[in-house]
Design a protein around this ligand. Structure first.
Ligand code: GLN
Length: 543
């Protein structure tokens, strides 16, 4: 058999006209639909920026860094992929131009290119193709690989990636590699018209570099008429039935259902020469229905420092959506700028009327005192509280200062000279100084103490959670904190690291050093979010 027919199937997702069209949601939704038809799928993202990974990018600019089990720091779209298709992804699921160039330059320095002139074509494009196919090498059972190319067609940065796709399609055959182009159909109010020209131009750009979209996914505020579909078909050289409408949805979880009505996965399978099968989507319909018809609404305050760009807390927002479904409620989030509201009176006013308080992860001193006030407020008023990573550290500092009587207790991240470094770097970490090098990243095991709220939430004693932090609870203070009434409910299996804490005399005050929000998925809500929202609903009704 020639190599071609044995090939895995690839769906390349590109974007046109403008950024921010939700290509990631399109890829995740298509992945979900194909999976619901019983196919083994995964999704990868190729990012054309030059950072080696988003780990060093500001959350203000780039949103959340999504950490995987293997410790790789990836684009937030990977979060959508995992939430929608419910698989654990790895390093090979996200590649950046930075990584590609890094590989090429390393090879050049090693002399791997045997004296040839190193060029974008073929050396960079070869490296990109190697990264595209890395997943099929590791996972033989995969049937369809979706590859989302970040950026917009026409960007200089995207060019080597699109050229690599052209070569790849050439090598594997058009029956094995198809292209879904996500584009925008704007509506011009003045003439009350939908406009196809931007899409025509973006497809023209694609064709200039030798790529012909097989399917157009058109983001639009209004229903696409037959006429518009036919016009797009004619000018873009795509069959009219392969012009898919992507209407704005009330919740992203509705998007796969929209696309299902447009037969998106059927068309993809047909183009790939694969059988169509019935889709199992009952659970998703139920899920979306729940989101649309909640019995109550609870308001949860999130006291962070990146609240101007809520993409920085994407996974938290989604985990609340999932937990709302389980608790038959809508979780309304009140964003509290911990930095702007550092003064006690300010933050108290902002926290008034909340049914729960969450302190998310974060780095740096700004906003810390505001967060400590928020934790204190939750503790004293018996408001359900969930601390995540920095949120645990803040809860420990607050408890140390105001319950255990350790004046000016702090983390050495914020005050190197604190008399009570309740949060610090472990001595073993202190010698490593390169930025990023001491970070505890990826999945770590944790053992839970029975008879705790943490254990009750998880329902098991051995759990694994993802981490991304440098500082740890100082073991020298454990005894003192416990004596004062803090429960250390989870530790590393060797007992050396504090992983979870909670309060005895409080309805629900739980904090974790990990990032549980990264593991909440449709139909598999993270237990801590489920229980936290449950406590918030109870608190709401008892007010
Ligand atoms: N800044 C803290 C640390 O490095 C917490 C990090 C986080 O919340 N992700 O330990």
């Amino acid at each position: 058999m020639p190599e071609r027919t044995k090939s895995k199937k690839y769906v390349i997702v590109t974007g046109g006209v403008i950024s921010g069209l939700g290509k990631g949601i399109v890829a995740a939704s298509l992945g979900l639909l194909l999976k619901s038809k019983g196919y083994k799928v995964t999704i990868q993202k190729l990012d054309p920026y030059l950072n080696v990974d988003p780990g060093t990018m500001s959350p203000f600019q780039h949103g959340e860094v999504f950490v995987l089990d293997d410790g790789s720091e990836t684009d937030l779209d990977l979060g959508h992929y995992e939430r929608f298709i419910d698989i654990d992804m790895g390093r090979a699921n996200n590649t950046t131009a930075g990584q590609v160039y890094y590989d090429v330059i390393e090879k050049e320095r090693r002399g791997d290119y045997l004296g040839s002139t190193v060029q974008i074509i073929p050396h960079v494009t070869d490296q990109i193709k190697q990264r595209i196919t890395a997943l099929e090498k590791d996972h033989d059972d995969l049937e369809i690989i979706l590859t989302e190319i970040g950026g917009t067609v026409g960007d200089i940065e995207s060019l080597p990636f699109l050229e690599a796709v052209r070569q790849f399609q050439q090598e594997r055959g058009p029956e094995n590699v198809i292209i879904v182009h996500v584009t925008l159909i704007p509506f011009v109010q003045a003439s009350a018209e939908m406009k196809t020209k931007p899409t025509q131009h973006s497809v023209m750009r694609m064709r200039e570099i030798g790529l012909q979209p097989d399917i157009l996914v058109c983001r639009t505020e209004y229903t696409l008429t037959r006429d518009i579909r036919e016009k797009l078909a004619l000018f873009c050289n795509v069959k009219a039935e392969r012009v898919i409408q992507g209407l704005d949805a009330k919740t992203i979880y509705e998007v796969p259902l929209f696309f299902n009505r447009e037969h998106l996965s059927e068309i993809v399978l047909e183009r790939l020469g694969m059988d169509d099968r019935p889709a199992e989507l009952t659970y998703l319909r139920r899920f979306v229905n729940h989101i649309a018809n909640p019995a109550t609404t609870v308001t949860i305050g999130v006291a962070g420092k990146y609240v101007q760009l809520v993409d920085a807390y994407k996974s938290i927002i989604e985990a609340f959506a999932h937990a709302g479904v389980d608790n038959d409620c809508k979780v309304e989030i009140r964003w509290i700028d911990a930095e702007q509201n550092e003064a006690a009176e300010n933050i108290e006013a902002e926290l008034e009327g909340l049914d729960g308080i969450l302190i998310p992860g974060g780095f740096g001193y700004r906003g810390i005192e505001g967060k400590i006030r928020a934790a204190r407020y939750a503790r004293e008023k018996g408001i359900p509280f969930l601390g995540i990573c920095l949120g645990l550290q803040v809860a420990v500092i607050e408890f140390a200062r105001f319950v255990a009587g350790l004046e000016n207790a702090n983390s050495t991240e914020f005050d190197e000279n604190t008399p009570h470094p309740v949060i610090h770097l472990m001595p073993s970490q202190e010698t490593v100084t390169t930025k990023g090098a001491t970070m505890r990243l990826g999945a770590y095991e944790c053992k839970l103490r029975k008879d705790t709220k943490s254990f009750l939430a998880y329902g098991e004693t051995h759990i694994t959670e993802r981490h991304r932090h440098r500082f740890e609870v100082n073991n020298d203070y454990r005894e003192g904190l416990e004596k004062a009434g803090m429960i250390i409910s989870g530790t590393s299996p060797d007992d050396m690291l504090v992983e979870m804490v909670e309060l005895k005399d409080h309805p629900w005050f739980v904090a974790t050093q990990a990032h549980p929000e990264l593991k909440s998925r449709i139909g598999r809500t993270h237990p801590l979010f489920r229980e936290f929202v449950h406590a918030a609903v109870k608190f709401h009704h008892n007010r």
